[in-house]
Design a protein around this ligand. Structure first.
Ligand code: FMN
Length: 387
């Protein structure tokens, strides 16, 4: 068993063990990848205030997200094709999250279906919806999520059309992979991955194939999104979806204060400040720079969550100190999953937890509720003066 001390260790192992096509799909941003890079590098611009001689006994990272008790304010973000990083990936990630005591969010574009994940877990998980043109499909999948006991709907607003990621086009990304010569050569070196995939039937988009009218083979993500995702999604539709769902609603993909206010007007339980991990609008501001302005804009009207760029517990702490009540990790847990399966996701959560706890202590705080702007040193022009 390799000694894993950081998320970067997991990324390196992930790169070695998972087929190139899926590694690239994860580790990429759209177009020039500026936003993807800045999501992480802007975190590094924030420094921490070291405090001493504070009693550190009895610390806790426990907190709440949308009223739900969490072991730390970190949920697993919805990630499409999770089950292509390792066999039965969504089930493994959901189980690791459940055991750790943090929420798991299942993507619409998952490989394992809602029912499958529910059958292999005990606690309710969250379901993420991409709104499709096919109204019947949307109503049906919301029913399925409700019947499976999903305790929150995460409605993604920043992917009505797909941002271009060059590598996916060049690699001919599909699930399962098409066996071209370069793919076969690459797969030959990924025996661990291949053995797992041969042993599972879960290799297609489990929520879609056999559920959407006329779709029996949704192998191409690109074709599917181009044809099926609803570009007409607007605030009126968001309101209707809220009523249709009837439960807790989290609106994901908010990067602008004006949109944050609209989301609060709709009556969402939470918003996720996010730019989809730099995979959609390249040139958009990093999520961490956008966070303080959005927190100011909505105040206590809606719970503010955060994702995009988190690679450590220190990043989690910075987002919380800037006003987020919860965070999500995407790639950080996918690295663990591809590297070591369920144990790898657990390891990713452990690494982040340890970093969060230690950093909190060295900043002189004992609880998540005690993390505020005062523990940070933020450059004066951090939010930028944009005209
Ligand atoms: C490979 C990959 C697939 C993703 N698929 C989805 C998805 O199906 N639905 C969604 O709402 N967001 C999706 N996202 C975005 C994540 O939910 C999250 O916003 C993003 O990963 C956060 O950035 P991070 O990876 O830097 O933590 C995906 C992200 C990645 C990396």
């Amino acid at each position: 068993m390799p000694v894993i001390t950081s998320i970067e260790d997991l990324r390196r192992l992930y790169e070695r063990r998972v087929p190139r096509m899926f590694y690239d799909y994860c580790e990429t941003g759209s177009w020039t990848e500026q936003t993807f890079r800045e999501n992480s590098s802007d975190f590094a611009d924030i420094r921490l205030r070291q405090r001493v001689a504070v009693d550190m006994e009895g610390r806790s990272t426990a907190s709440r997200m949308i009223g739900q008790q969490v072991a730390m304010p970190v949920a697993l973000a919805p990630v499409g094709l999770t089950g292509m990083n390792t066999a039965d990936g969504e089930i493994k990630a959901a189980r690791a999250a459940e055991r750790f005591g943090v929420p798991f969010t299942l993507s619409t574009m998952s490989i394992c279906s809602i029912e499958d994940v529910a059958a292999h877990t005990e606690k309710p998980f969250w379901f993420q919806l991409y709104v499709m043109r096919d109204q019947e499909f949307v109503e049906n999948i919301l029913d399925r999520a409700r019947n499976a006991g999903c305790s929150a709907l995460v409605l993604t607003l920043d992917l009505q059309i797909l941002g271009q990621r060059h590598k996916d086009l060049k690699n001919g990304l599909s699930a399962p992979p098409k066996l071209t010569l370069p793919t076969m050569v690459n797969l030959a070196t990924k025996w661990r991955w291949g053995a797992g995939m041969l042993g599972t039937k879960r290799r297609f988009f489990g929520n879609i194939v056999g559920h959407a009218r006329g779709v029996t083979d949704a192998s191409s993500l690109m074709t599917w999104t181009a044809e099926q995702f609803d570009p007409r999604l607007d605030w009126d539709k968001v309101r209707k979806l809220k009523d249709m769902w009837g439960g807790k609603l989290i609106l994901k993909g908010i990067l602008d204060a004006e949109d944050a206010r609209r989301a609060a007007d709709v009556g969402a339980d939470a918003i996720v400040v996010s730019n989809h991990g730099g995979r959609q609008l390249d040139g958009a501001i990093s999520a961490i720079r956008a966070l303080p302005g959005i927190v100011r804009a909505v105040g206590d009207r809606v719970e503010v969550h955060f994702d995009s760029g988190i690679r450590s517990g220190q990043d989690v702490l910075k987002a919380i100190a800037l006003g987020a009540k919860g965070t999500y990790i995407g790639r950080s847990y996918i690295y663990g999953l591809g590297a070591m399966g369920e144990a790898g996701v657990t390891r990713a959560l452990e690494v982040i937890h340890k970093e969060l706890d230690t950093t909190m202590a060295l900043c002189g705080r004992k609880s998540i509720a005690g993390l505020d702007r005062d523990i940070l040193l933020v450059p004066q022009d951090f939010e930028g003066k944009w005209a």
